[in-house]
Design a protein around this ligand. Structure first.
Ligand SMILES: O=C(O)c1ccccc1N[C@@H]1O[C@H](COP(=O)(O)O)[C@@H](O)[C@H]1O
Length: 201
């Protein structure tokens, strides 16, 4: 089970996530997010990860080529383009600059669940409100889960991740709100508990 912990803003929490077995560390640059980091913070945090996991730049409100250029400058491995504003042309723009782009969408926004439809390496299925911690109905995935590399996200937490994995059978999981004590405040114990629950599922 591939594990992404998203919205990290401190070296301490990155170390906890890595020690817990995280495969990817996400940095959010969405302007309105409580987890937002700027370019300089992202550069410092990427240095903390130091190649021990994939680093992912999450954006939903900046042009795809701008996000890709930032990722390139900062040394982030993956650009996660989040939401319906990013069409096939936007993915092509990003892929012209960086080799690894992930497509994050929701069932409400985008019924195309084929991984790679826009050239993405990984498809991420999220709740309609990204980063909100709100759960969504996974039962639709029982019949039509994507094949291949896809991540389940949206409202996951240490208490529900095992059941979510059993229902949706994703390639990996992604969490942000569910490992926080308050919006934007990561919690080391919840990170470790989430990782253990996902691993044991
Ligand atoms: O975390 C955010 O603030 C955010 C903002 C804009 C787009 C995506 C965002 N986060 C993504 O949301 C899911 C996690 O959601 P949850 O908080 O666990 O319910 C994950 O894909 C993040 O990359």
């Amino acid at each position: 089970m591939y594990l992404k912990i998203c919205g990290l803003r401190t070296a301490e929490h990155i170390e906890v996530a890595l020690a817990s077995g995280a495969d990817a560390i996400g940095f959010v640059m969405n302007r309105t997010s409580s987890r937002r980091v700027d370019v300089d913070q992202a550069r410092r945090l990427v240095a903390v990860v130091a190649g021990r996991a994939d680093t992912v730049l999450v954006v939903n409100d900046m042009p795809a080529d701008e996000a890709a250029r930032i990722a390139q400058q900062v040394g982030i491995d993956v650009v996660q383009l989040h939401g319906p504003r990013y069409d096939a042309a936007a993915f092509a723009d990003a892929l012209a600059i960086v080799p690894r782009v992930w497509r994050a969408t929701s069932l409400a926004d985008d019924p195309d669940l084929s991984v790679g439809a826009f050239g993405e390496e990984v498809l991420l299925l999220d709740a309609p409100k990204p980063g909100s911690g709100e759960t969504w109905d996974l039962s639709a995935l029982v019949e039509r889960a994507p094949a291949g590399k896809w991540l389940l996200a949206g409202g996951l937490n240490p208490d529900n991740v095992a059941e979510a994995i059993a229902t949706a059978k994703p390639w990996g999981v992604d969490v942000s709100s569910g490992v926080e004590s308050a919006p934007g405040e990561k919690d080391s114990f919840r990170i470790a508990a989430f990782a253990a629950a996902a691993r044991d599922a």
